[in-house]
Write a protein that binds this ligand. Sequence first.
Ligand SMILES: Cc1cc2nc3c(=O)[nH]c(=O)nc-3n(C[C@H](O)[C@H](O)[C@H](O)COP(=O)(O)OP(=O)(O)OC[C@H]3O[C@@H](n4cnc5c(N)ncnc54)[C@H](O)[C@@H]3O)c2cc1C
Length: 396
Amino acid sequence: MDFEVDKGIQGAIQMVRERGRTEMRPIGLEADRLGRPIPVDDPYFARVIERGEGRTRWRRPSGKKKKEKKGGPRRSRVTVMSILMAEELAYWDRGVMVANPGVGLPEASVIAAGTDEQKERFLGPFLEPDRPRWACFAITEPGCGSDVAAIQTTARKDGDHWVLNGAKCFIGGASRSDWILVQATLDRSKGREAHRSFFVEQGTPGLGDFRIEKKMGLKAYESTSFTLRDCRVPAANLLGGEKRKEKSGGFKTTMQTFNAGRPIVAANCVGMGRAALDEALAFAREHDLLGDTRVRDRLELAARKLKMARLLCLRAGWLADEQRPNIVEASMSKAIAAQVGLDATSLGMELIGIVGARGDHLIEKLYRDIKALDMVEGTGQIQRIIMGRKLVDLPR
Ligand SMILES: Cc1cc2nc3c(=O)[nH]c(=O)nc-3n(C[C@H](O)[C@H](O)[C@H](O)COP(=O)(O)OP(=O)(O)OC[C@H]3O[C@@H](n4cnc5c(N)ncnc54)[C@H](O)[C@@H]3O)c2cc1C
């Protein structure tokens, strides 16, 4: 594994650093103070689009045959780069990072499993967006979170349409998304084998009852519940199309999305932990606490654990880029980074004492923000279940 970060990535990180300091952190702090997501028409989003962000990484097939490089094709480093960027973005504000326009979580599934027509119809508008656009992935339901296989939202074929019924909750950006990739079951008695994903476009009759959830942190982006009541979507909106061969349908694709996404969320935790540690160091310096060996020892331990977590993220990402299995490494990075990130913010809270209790210090915000990261894309317990089963070779 090569630890060299090339000049292009270094430049991109530097740019995030500048924008993070001048834009993301102040906007995130404001959203937290006001207790509401950044509004859709906020000039910040328009600026993001103007400077060429909020776009899909999918490209239209050019028809030209790619030239084979000497010594075979070079492996992409897209996951490793995403991990490094995710750490830096979350350092400045993880809520703003998720609030930013773009395809977000469903992008990997659509690229991997979508038909050419679906990629054109659903990703095409994100190539050169005329305005801030969002999309989202809806799996979680009021009665079903960790046990993804137990979803209750149903899909029934009716002529050349699918009819969806159910309820989803805590879905990032649902009310502002152009389309939502909804996970539903064709038959509740058949478990994961019957899972499929459907594109539900905003404005489709039957999609509604949007309600923005109240959250303890990450307030810059909306987490939204909604219902599907006899919601009819064209047959062509089934991810992968009717002819898709994959036996376990949407479930397998969802799990692949998580294996790619977990190291990214883990890197977010490293970034947030690092931000808390920097703030804690600044506070300790300002209040003459650094002469105390016990304080230095605790700060150093937190810094060491964050570095260890970063290496696990990079290893999981590197395996993904090498197209090698990374289930265990992805889960390990997430299980460890969420904990050490939380530990770093917790240490920060202890050091600043009563200042944190007032509720207007950045460490206090990070402490509330980071808690949710142990839940998203599989809680700590779920990661440990995955790793334990793999360790003793149990089937999934
Ligand atoms: C800020 C935020 C954003 C989110 N965004 C999205 C989104 O965009 N799209 C989406 O679909 N979902 C989203 N979610 C939902 C998230 O994926 C779920 O919260 C998560 O899957 C956990 O589900 P749950 O909260 O229902 O907890 P439960 O599954 O009810 O679990 C409760 C507790 O029991 C533990 N537990 C569960 N099963 C076991 C077991 N077998 N053994 C041991 N312990 C167990 C869990 O670890 C947890 O501590 C979001 C959640 C949050 C907080």
